[in-house]
Design a protein around this ligand. Structure first.
Ligand code: KIV
Ligand code: ZN
Length: 499
């Protein structure tokens, strides 16, 4: 009989700590729902004491999803635990994740403490969390560099105090796979009450070994894996969900059951996270990279056509890609576009599809091939016939070396046309000033992010803006091969949300 492997997703906590990847609550709920559909067992929704935004997200995710357990992170501090318990009050199944550093470095230099005191603090935190929830997970931060005998002492003590899951993080991504596996085995063999808890892995990818370490942990007794979509996370990231799940799926003989994960949702969840977090997936990323199933050499193409298994160990269909990835071009028809959009999880009414197809042809004329990221930008609101109060009618900019950048913008506002010209420290600044003059709202630009999606200078640029009006934050987005037009469209998109 196979042992169930619990999948603990921390995309919205450890993954979201990456600078520039922060999501607002609405976006977090969207990701949480996608994770629920994917079938993960636990969603780590945030670190409630860290900010009001994190607190709110844990509350709202708890309300929005029902199947997975919702987990909230804390330090081994009573106030953190109180706040986490409060944030989890709507969770159907709530878990508090508390812990403390156990390595020599953490004990001496971070916590200025000693081994005995750390054991006491760990026990106290678990007991305190138990007052609120039955399901308490304990993390031994930097367990990867913690001496095994001391780690076993801590683990035994916290299980005795009531911890139901024990997280063994390789916080710094230091371990080699055989070492990490031996660490888990040591705990399985030397912690007398280990059968009363689930041992969990939480590996970071600093040396590119997060997936190997996680698998080594599982092969030695861990039954929960802490992972993120696309392996996102601080520094080199966390273990990626798709790699671990598909590696285990490809080896039926190891007796580990992940059948509750709907692997066919992997690709679309990957793309959702990538686009919301502005974090492109590297083309050669295992399982979800653009080239993961693309065969370009003649020999490989021939081999795959004769029998897919000649060169593919995973059927792309199993991760939600219904065919090996081939970019669309200006010669692709409407049916091919529709088919590809369906693969990405989008379905449209014929009229909407026509609009997207027109935009697709326009883009395909400018760019040689259109990939999935481009399509996701194309299906943005502006092509769906949404009626906006403010519409960009004309934009002309003057910029270059040794001239003062100027912009003339014409907008249609509620059916009437208005034009303004302004100068600024660059063409975008000038255009934004002209727009502000026309819309007459008190707007403050809070964030402006430009990103090229793929490779060449003909690439589609994505612009995300965040603006503030009367204390409220609004988000805008656009994609265009002309980066200045994209910047202006994104700004107008945000303003339209005010009006
Ligand atoms: O990497 C780590 O040690 C963590 C803990 C807070 C669980 O993310
Ligand atoms: Zn971590």
């Amino acid at each position: 009989m196979s042992d169930k492997l619990f999948v603990f997703d921390t995309t919205l906590r450890d993954g979201e700590q990456v600078p520039g990847c922060q999501l607002n609550t609405v976006e977090k709920i969207e990701v949480a729902k996608a994770l629920e559909e994917l079938g993960v067992d636990i969603i780590e929704a945030g670190f409630p004491i860290s900010s009001p935004g994190d607190f709110k997200s844990v509350v709202e995710i708890s309300k929005a999803v029902k199947n997975p357990t919702i987990c909230a992170l804390t330090r081994a501090v009573e106030k953190d635990i109180d706040v986490a318990a409060d944030a989890l009050k709507y969770a159907k199944k709530g878990r508090i994740h508390t812990g403390i550093g156990t390595s020599f470095y953490h004990i001496k230099y971070k916590l200025n403490s000693n081994e005995d005191e750390i054991v006491e603090r760990a026990i106290a935190a678990v007991k305190y969390a138990k007052k609120y929830v039955e399901d308490v997970e304990f993390y031994a931060e930097d367990a990867g560099r913690t001496e095994n005998a001391y780690l076993a002492r801590v683990v035994e003590a916290v299980i005795k105090a009531g911890a139901t899951v024990i997280n063994i993080p390789d916080t710094t991504g230091y371990c080699f796979p055989h070492e990490f596996g031996e660490k888990i085995k040591y705990l399985m063999d030397n912690v007398s009450n280990v059968d009363k808890a689930i041992i969990s892995t939480h590996c970071h990818n600093d040396l590119g070994m997060a997936t190997s370490n996680t698998l080594s942990g599982v092969l030695n007794g861990a039954r929960q894996v802490e992972v993120t979509i696309n392996g996102i996370g601080e520094r080199a990231g966390n273990t990626s969900l798709e790699e671990v799940v598909m590696a285990i799926r490809s080896r039926k003989n190891i007796g580990i059951d992940t059948s509750h994960i709907n692997t066919r949702n992997i690709y679309k969840t990957s793309r959702l996270v990538s686009s919301l977090m502005n974090m492109p997936v590297q083309p050669n990323k295992a399982i979800v990279g653009r080239n993961a199933f693309a065969h370009s050499s003649g020999i490989h193409q021939d081999g795959v056509l004769k029998n897919r298994e000649n060169y593919e160990i995973i059927d792309p269909v199993e991760v939600g890609i219904s065919e090996s990835s081939i970019d669309l071009t200006a010669r692709s028809g409407r049916a091919a576009l529709k088919h590809r959009l369906q693969i990405l999880g989008f379905t449209f009414e014929p009229e909407q599809l026509n609009k997207i197809y027109e935009a697709f042809l326009e883009l395909a004329d400018k760019k040689k091939s259109i990939n999935d990221e481009d399509l996701q930008v194309l299906v943005g609101s502006k092509h769906l016939g949404k009626k906006n109060a403010i519409v960009l009618k004309h934009l002309q900019v003057l910029s270059g070396a040794s001239i003062i950048p100027m912009a003339t913008v014409s907008l249609e506002i509620k059916g009437e046309s208005f034009t303004a010209t302004e100068h600024g420290n660059g063409p975008v600044d000038a255009a934004y000033k002209a727009i502000k003059k026309l819309v007459m709202h008190k707007i403050r630009l809070e964030e402006f992010l430009v990103q090229a999606i793929t490779k060449g200078s003909d690439d589609l640029g994505k612009v995300h803006v965040q603006i503030e009006n009367q204390g409220r934050i609004y988000y805008g987005f656009s994609g265009n091969t002309d980066i200045i037009t994209a910047s202006v469209e994104a700004f107008i998109d945000a303003i339209n949300k005010i009006v």
